[in-house]
Design a binder for this molecule. Structure first.
Ligand SMILES: CC(=O)SCCNC(=O)CCNC(=O)[C@H](O)C(C)(C)COP(=O)(O)OP(=O)(O)OC[C@H]1O[C@@H](n2cnc3c(N)ncnc32)[C@H](O)[C@@H]1OP(=O)(O)O
Ligand SMILES: CC(C)C(=O)C(=O)O
Ligand SMILES: [Mg+2]
Length: 558
């Protein structure tokens, strides 16, 4: 039995700050994005990406509009080194894109990183060392001063090697790794020491604050970032970047709150691949901005391509409920959700803001079709069933028919304990309504329109097939349906009342058809008839016969 004991843990200390500003801020523009798919994402894979896979990911990142891309840790392995060379030697880096590489603060690794970047037009050298108490005490066995000395020495090497490679426009980036677990005053102190080392070079400086391990709620991270921004001596001279992980499931929230707290730049990966539970998911954060009317400055419209490339490169399948991208995220099974979506979509016009219940964004923006939005199982109601019949088969069911049809579909869903496809819904509709119409097929009819001989009414004569017999009827009425109802009453002695009648044209693609729906009360019992025909009067008469014949069947069975 595992020792499941919460007393083994303690709370991450909160930041003492009574005048925090970030909760009052909103995000009105996208931060700078830096993709770390090819480094942090890659280092978390069971099988790191091959050069071919990296190139495919690279091409996608460039296409999406990333202008800063961390391409690897070239001093760590030959494939990482070769990939950076492939980008530079293959002239694959567009002028507006800056590559970034990561290195520890060790001279041989820094030297190798510069070697990898030789010939790049512009590049960011990203150096890090770890700063939290656990890292200081248990991993490095050093006091704050010793840890600061590693960072400053690393910064000095970075500066020196940059000076030896002046053909490249360099930017310098420092990460106090494990920032989220580091005392804020020390994070500021060590970062300021690094900045002081770099300031005289004139190179752009990025200080990247990582939640290497997410160990507190996102508001605490936002406090740490705000505290950092307010206490560094060099706020105006630097770009403040954040790099969050998702250990508590709040990587995106922490990224967003950090931007509210002053971060200019956000590092993350597409769909959140990365160490342990992943890096902060740039797709989700960018789409969150998009859904608030903020230009995310990334073009994520071809979501299916993004998923295909990420799955190919990471060999990790996407969760079907992954925000914005998963197969099920724009799908509603619940009846009341389907009903609300159908009503809202019917009222949504092109030139207004999106106002559709249960759909935070328009699925069409990401190349998703509306057909996939509403899917039917036992949780679905009449709204969903009518949506499918309308969208896929062009039927605009009246409300009483929606209710009746959804009962049949519900029964089927319960029987199969699963999803009922659009095709199955159509088959049920056909079996329940259209088959009865075929069983009472109209052979011929003739109407003579109202004239004096007919007492100002229409005269109808018709015959139809019923169980191998040809049955003939004749009657008068105000229109064909009324004449048929009167004829039926007269012939069979039933009390028949038309409760409702609808018809509409149905574009089947090849030829235009009409569909008629009739709701009859026969001897105080309700019956539904539906029929299709290219002639609307034929469809109406057929629908009445279909409904009436059910009363006959029921009387026989009683
Ligand atoms: C949170 C992050 O994602 S950080 C990035 C992590 N990514 C990776 O580590 C992937 C790439 N790294 C690697 O492949 C390897 O670590 C290499 C090739 C770079 C280096 O490998 P090695 O030299 O064998 O050693 P290793 O990484 O284990 O380094 C440990 C040594 O470096 C020191 N060290 C670790 N990090 C740093 C750092 N950022 N700066 C300076 N020294 C460091 C350690 O104190 C330790 O020193 P010791 O040998 O004197 O005890
Ligand atoms: C190297 C740093 C930025 C990192 O990946 C982390 O701390 O998570
Ligand atoms: Mg990381």
């Amino acid at each position: 039995m595992a020792d499941f004991n919460h007393r083994k843990y303690r709370a991450t200390p909160a930041i003492v700050m009574t005048d925090r500003q970030w909760p009052n801020n909103t995000i009105s523009q996208a931060p700078q994005w830096c993709s770390v798919d090819l480094r942090d994402g890659n280092q978390a894979l069971v099988e790191p990406m091959t050069v071919q896979q990296k190139l495919r990911m690279w091409d996608l990142l460039v296409k999406l509009g990333f202008t800063q891309i961390e391409v690897g840790f070239p001093a760590a392995s030959q494939p990482d080194f070769d990939f950076v060379r492939a980008l530079i030697d293959g002239d694959r880096i567009p002028d507006n894109v800056t590559v970034q590489v990561l290195t520890q603060a060790r001279e041989e690794l820094i030297a190798r990183s510069y070697e990898a970047l030789k010939g790049a037009k512009q590049a960011i050298i990203h150096v890090y060392n770890s700063t939290s108490p656990v890292q200081r005490e248990r991993v490095f066995g050093l006091e704050r001063d010793g840890i600061t000395a590693i960072a400053v020495q690393g910064a000095r090497w970075v500066k020196e090697y940059a000076a030896r490679n002046p053909e490249t426009k360099w930017s310098f980036q420092y990460s106090p790794e494990s920032f989220s677990s580091t005392e804020v005053d020390f994070a500021v102190e060590i970062s300021d020491a690094v900045i002081a080392e770099w300031r005289d070079t004139g190179a752009p400086i990025i200080i990247n604050l990582p939640a290497t391990v997410e160990c507190a709620s996102p508001n605490v991270f936002a406090d740490q970032v705000e505290w950092f921004c307010r206490h560094t001596q060099y706020r105006k001279d630097i770009t403040v970047s954040v790099h969050t992980h998702n250990d508590r499931g709040c990587g995106v929230a922490a990224g967003e709150l950090a931007v509210m707290a002053g971060a200019d730049r956000v590092e993350g990966t597409l769909l959140g691949n990365g160490e342990r539970t992943g890096n902060m998911d740039i797709v989700t954060m960018a789409m969150n901005l998009y859904s608030q009317g903020v230009d995310p400055k990334l073009n994520l419209a071809d979501m299916d391509e993004i998923i295909a490339v990420v799955e190919h490169c990471t060999t990790i399948p996407l969760h079907p409920r992954h925000p914005y991208a998963g197969e099920l995220v724009f799908t509603a099974f619940s009846g009341s959700h389907q009903d609300a979506i159908r009503k809202c979509l019917g009222k949504q016009s092109e030139n207004e803001h999106w106002q559709v219940a249960y759909l935070p964004i328009d699925p069409a923006d990401l190349g998703r079709s509306y057909e996939a939005v509403i899917r039917i199982n036992s949780q679905s109601g009449k709204g969903g069933v009518s949506w499918v019949l309308e969208n896929d088969y062009g039927l605009q069911l009246p409300r009483w028919l929606q209710i009746d049809a959804s009962r049949a579909v519900q029964a089927k869903a319960e029987e199969i304990a699963g999803e009922v496809s659009a095709k199955q819904i159509w088959e049920l509709f056909d079996e329940h309504y259209l088959q009865t119409a075929r069983d009472t097929e109209l052979s011929h009819f003739a109407i003579s329109q109202n004239n004096a001989e007919n007492h100002g009414q229409d005269q109808l004569s018709l015959s139809f097939q019923y169980q191998g017999q040809e049955i003939a009827l004749q009657g008068y009425g105000d229109g064909a349906i009324s004449a048929l109802v009167n004829a039926w009453q007269q012939e069979f002695g039933d009390k028949v009342e038309v409760l409702d009648y609808r018809e509409h044209a149905l574009d089947t693609g090849t030829a235009s058809q009409a569909v008629a729906y009739v709701h009859l009360s026969i001897n105080n019992q309700r019956y539904i008839g539906v029929a299709m025909h290219r002639d609307v009067v034929t469809a109406s008469l057929q629908a009445v016969l279909s409904a009436a014949s059910q009363a006959v069947e029921q009387a026989k069975a009683a």
